[in-house]
Design a protein around this ligand. Structure first.
Ligand SMILES: C[C@H](N)C(=O)N[C@@H](Cc1c[nH]cn1)C(=O)O
Length: 456
């Protein structure tokens, strides 16, 4: 993992694209050396907001075994990461995997490099013991997950009747447990990610010289952002809440039965108060209701010091997590219309441009499927306990495409810890989760091999 974490495969930073290409090649080479049939699939180019184009990282596909009498599983994962800088508040260099008290710290350690490696090690374990794999194993590993899996939908569609034709089941391990208890995940939220740009004067201005004479883009932007959500978490964009599937009694009961300690959750994230004070409300808002999050403002002064500037153009980045039955195309229209209507009320001479840059749908599985029964059996075998059945508040943009395009069933089998700090400072994967997680994958392949051939 040291070598993988050392590669700064940040998919959101165009300057890091050469590192991302190297990451895909390193992944492919690892699978080639294990004797897999490996391809680096060209998925074309990405258009940047400034109109330029940039080559997308190739997708790695690999096949271990083609026995028609065995099930074929396809493991999906990603090896791109979120941005990380030491000065963001990391205790160690984010790209130098560092072992502290049994925790391996580094960007991408949990999301998603260690889980991908754990799957690779599971296959290697069978090879090292000269044991036949109980199922055929395929891999699809991409490098754009953190920015919405650009180009992967088209690749899956193009290879539906070739690479994916013999796949029975898809396995994804790109999420985490809820507590110290292992979990199986049966739902993810989608995500609609927006840029809202307000442009005013032709260049930045001195706030002493020009302040009071111009209508400031930042004031307009903050004004419209403040209309997205109320302080108590109610989304104010018309139509969004109406689309959400109501919480059923069965779901309510499931959430009620999950062991979840609100105080340790509060301690983990370092807050004194949460948005909801009871467990069911909190879990429901974490997993199956939409949320608005404001991520940042490009063009705003954000360095240390006290620069007295009026920024000429500012772009807010915010996203809305998606749940059944929301539709990203509808959300795009609702958000764009709404922001333009509140902006119009300000009677500002500045220009507003709203763009949706990611539109990923939510995903939900049938927990009665034999894949989940096999998952429960594997967890029992390795951890000697029953798993939590949970949903994931985050997004795996490609999950829904896999399901819709291939028609195959998916299971999400996380090995990340509840406190891994994904996307945050000091991301880590514990040695315990990494090693026991690898054992879980080995056991799971064995359990899947015992599913009756007719259940797909
Ligand atoms: C759950 C997964 N490990 C993850 O973190 N996914 C990202 C994907 C994404 C969504 N919008 C942009 N990127 C996430 O949920 O933020």
């Amino acid at each position: 993992m040291l070598e993988w974490v050392a590669i700064e495969s940040d998919s959101s930073n165009v300057l890091k694209r050469p590192d991302l290409h190297r990451m895909m090649e390193t992944t492919a080479q690892k699978l080639r050396l294990m004797g897999g049939t490996v391809e680096l699939v060209d998925i074309g180019e990405q258009e940047l907001p400034n109109g330029q184009t940039l080559a997308l990282p190739k997708v790695v596909t690999a096949t271990f075994g083609t026995d028609p009498n065995k099930h074929t599983v396809c493991v999906y994962g990603h090896v791109d990461v979120q941005p990380a800088k030491l000065e963001d508040g990391w205790a160690t260099d984010p790209y130098n995997l560092t072992d502290i008290n049994g925790n391996l710290y580094g960007r991408g350690a949990s999301d998603n490099k260690a889980p991908v490696l754990a799957w690779i090690h599971a296959v290697e374990a069978y090879q090292a013991l000269s044991m036949e794999l109980p199922v055929n194993v395929k891999f699809v590993i991409e490098g754009m997950e953190e920015t919405g899996s650009n180009g992967l939908d088209a690749m899956i569609l193009a290879q539906r009747d070739t690479f994916f034709s013999d796949v029975d089941y898809i396995i994804i391990s790109d999420c985490g447990w809820l507590s110290r208890r292992p979990a199986l995940t049966y739902g993810t939220r989608g995500n609609c990610y927006f840029f809202a740009e307000v442009e005013g004067p032709k260049q930045d201005l001195h706030s002493g010289v020009y302040g009071g004479t111009v209508i400031e883009p930042m004031t307009d932007l903050i004004g419209i952002l403040d209309t997205l959500i109320s302080p108590s978490g109610k989304i104010l964009i018309p139509g969004i809440r109406e689309a959400v599937a109501p919480l059923s009694d069965e779901e309510w009961k499931m959430y009620q039965d999950i062991q979840f300690d609100m105080d340790s959750y509060k301690n983990k994230i370092g807050v004194t108060q949460l948005m909801y004070s009871n467990k069911v409300d909190l879990l429901a808002h974490m997993w199956r209701y939409p949320t608005v999050s404001v991520h940042g403002i490009e063009g705003a002064f954000s360095d240390s010091g006290s620069k007295t500037v009026i920024p000429a153009k500012v772009t807010a980045k915010f996203s809305i997590r998606q749940v059944p039955n929301m539709d990203p195309a509808m959300v795009k229209k609702q958000v764009t219309d709404y922001l333009h209507s509140v902006f119009a009320k300000r009677k500002s001479p500045n220009k507003l441009k709203v763009t949706m840059v990611i539109g990923a749908k939510p995903w939900l599985a049938d927990t009665q499927h034999p894949l989940y029964e096999a998952g429960k059996a594997a967890v029992k075998r390795v951890f000697d306990m029953d798993p939590d059945l949970i949903r994931e508040g985050g997004t795996i943009p490609i999950a829904r495409t896999f399901q819709d395009v291939t028609g195959k069933s998916i299971i999400m089998m996380p090995i990340g810890g509840f406190d891994d700090g994904l996307h945050s400072q000091n991301e880590k994967m514990s040695r315990y989760n990494y090693i026991e997680g690898t054992k879980l994958f080995i056991a799971y392949l064995n359990e899947v091999s015992q599913i009756k051939k007719t259940s797909v």
